[in-house]
Design a protein around this ligand. Sequence first.
Ligand code: MGD
Ligand code: MGD
Ligand code: MO
Length: 768
Amino acid sequence: MKFKPAIKPYTGPAGGWGSLEATTRFVLDSKQTLKNLRNLMRVNKARGFDCPGCAWGDDNHSTFSFCENGAKAVSWEATRNAVEPEFFAAHSVGTLQQQSDYFLEYQGRLTHPMRYNAETDHYEPIDWPDALALIAKHIKAMDNPNQIELYTSGRASNEASYLYQLFGRMLGTSNFPDCSNMCHEASGVGLKQSIGVGKGTIRMDDFEKADAIFVFGQNPGTNHPRMLHSLKNAAKRGARIVSFNTLRERGLERFADPQDPLQMLTPKSSPISSSYFQPNLGGDMAAVRGIVKALQESHRQRLAAGEAGLFDLAFIERHSVGVEAYLARVDATSWAQITEQSGLSEAQLRQAAAIYQGAERVICTWAMGVTQHKHSVATVREITNLQLLFGQLGKPGAGLCPVRGHSNVQGNRTMGIDEKSPKALLDSLERHFGFTANRAHGHNTVEALEAMLRGEVKVLIALGGNLAAAAPDTERTARALRCCDLTVHISTKLNRSHLVTGKDALILPTLGRTEQDLQASGPQYITVEDSFSMVHASEGVGRPLADTQRSETAIVCGIADAVLGNQPLDWLALADDYSLIRDHIAATVAGFADFNRRCDQPGGFYLGNAAAELRFATPSGKAEFSAAELPVSLFPQLNGQKAPFTLQTLRSHDQYNTTIYGLDDRYRGVYGQREVLFIHPEDLAALGMRDGERVEIETLWNDGVVRKVSGFKLVSYDIPRGNLAAYYPETNPLVPLASFGDGTGTPTSKSIPVAVRRCAAPPSLRIA
Ligand SMILES: Nc1nc2c(c(=O)[nH]1)N[C@H]1C(S)=C(S)[C@@H](COP(=O)(O)OP(=O)(O)OC[C@H]3O[C@@H](n4cnc5c(=O)[nH]c(N)nc54)[C@H](O)[C@@H]3O)O[C@H]1N2
Ligand SMILES: Nc1nc2c(c(=O)[nH]1)N[C@H]1C(S)=C(S)[C@@H](COP(=O)(O)OP(=O)(O)OC[C@H]3O[C@@H](n4cnc5c(=O)[nH]c(N)nc54)[C@H](O)[C@@H]3O)O[C@H]1N2
Ligand SMILES: [Mo]
């Protein structure tokens, strides 16, 4: 494929004809048009499969609910192109390393288990029994069970991820690094501290009842397009949508619904946001503090006038602790500090406060713009503080909504993919299966990479994902992976992680969610959980490309059987019939009683959320306000010196994390290229440079390591001065491994202190 680079500002709304065109073009481009369309028709329907795109919920009213990016995810997986043993015979690992991430995945689906041969630098075919025996040999050679790291990416089903963590725990480890550690960890940690449960409190239909929706640090037009329907419908009813986003994102401004024929026939598009604020990167905590400061003023004025206050005092009194300390902290935070850090004026924050005040029911949603900073837990808790002041929990149309990433990342955590060894789950696993679990906390993703660098890890198994490209500090991450004796990747497609091998390395080809999964007892379905705690069945419809591909569940069972044998658990019997796995889940995981039968409910079943029912599993038994100070500076590690720029790394419209579908980012007007750097026009002028000139970007960090990428083209953009944006994963080499969120270990992918300099060189290829 050839790409012609261009920058052309996008003038249409998000969604609409532009989106449908792109969808059709993408589906029709692929060789399997009919199959693709049939798949699309069934996505998220009663007995179809769950969309492997995002974790947004299913809208049961819609007849044809898919979005452009869901369509890409499905047809990308459904390709009939195969990466077979001949491909690996023709291309050495060294030559594949020279290729882009786009090229690697574009080759097609992995069909055969492959083993790396260091002498020839080629992958060679290996039979399944030999591959499993090799894994068992390495694991049995470990001195202690913590020498293994079991990585998970959030597409794995409940069934596969439950067995995966059970295998690890029976082996004696809690080393479960996962994509969530790099993603919504702060939401889980912050919400757990504040309200006792690390998940969102709202359900899909709350969007139909909210008076105002505050969207923080999220780009739904690209990453959760189905959310636009909820936002559009809410806006149509008159609900106010207030966006806080450092960039002007098209999808948050205007939207035309490609599934609404009436809207398609008129050029009209729906306005989404009634107000759009552009804080500095990392400025949301200060912004929310400012909103609360303004609201507290009104509250006091009302009390002084002998009226009822603004805050929901009955709720606060009954259901929370710590409000005095928090409000004292708000008083102690000056407007000067708030406006300097947020980058928003007092007038803007008072405007946002006025909208909040005018709404009876408010939902706050957020994603990576909130969670990938150093002070992300404090920010999540600050948003929660605001909601608690107004009793926005336990009533319809109101609550807290972290919008998850991978389609089953929330389910993975529920199933026990948790390095922090949740006590209740371990108790019940021990009781049910009769073994003693290791109670010590295991490694998160950054800790796992650090342990590898220290030479403490022998085996890495990755259930999906692309750790080498998704993790920070690309060069150190690559070094870490190479320290392992064995790396195993259970994958659908070829990616960078396969090319950064341990001394021994395996690629195990797996079925995707869209494909039929036939086992000894017949066709199997799996289950997933969305952002709204709805659990539902998903059954693939497409014919697998090769009979040498195995389901994730079968692979996990195969590994566990090879290592642990069939006592106390007959793993292979579980692989034959997934309903037996669900029986074990029902017996050990809270909320899953009668699991198999409940899978038949159309639309699935709701797991419930104690905080939404005003039951708080916190130490005080109540919702807890947090009285954290604003960070003194957003970059304390630079000893008070301010970096010239702060860089965020984000997603284009044509990518799914490290999977690059194409080189366009339509809504941001970028075509045929990815090495671009968005910058304020005045910053551009101050640098003495022009649009289209190339720069190198260097991280300013205090460990003496040089972290640089070069050849990025400057693109002026509507972004506050001092803030920059560029795509992930090309910019991952810039994120220091040691720079992560307080209490989360999440790499600070949205706040990297950098300098920018002119450079003549073309883009540097990312070679591991
Ligand atoms: N098509 C598609 N869908 C996806 C994905 C994908 O790659 N492609 N990825 C999935 C995954 S795993 C995830 S986690 C989600 C990610 O969904 P998002 O969180 O929407 O993903 P990002 O592209 O990282 O976008 C971050 C957004 O926050 C803004 N932002 C960044 N920093 C700040 C800040 O400090 N403050 C504020 N207010 N705004 C900020 C950015 O301008 C951008 O609009 O999407 C999921 N869905
Ligand atoms: N700089 C920077 N880094 C980031 C982020 C950022 O915003 N900026 N975002 C972070 C976030 S939010 C996340 S979630 C992580 C993502 O980290 P990962 O989840 O590790 O990465 P993905 O790119 O989603 O993984 C893609 C690979 O998964 C495999 N795959 C796809 N479908 C399946 C399947 O059904 N089964 C199996 N077994 N394999 C499958 C394919 O081989 C594909 O190559 O990246 C993080 N890294
Ligand atoms: Mo994510």
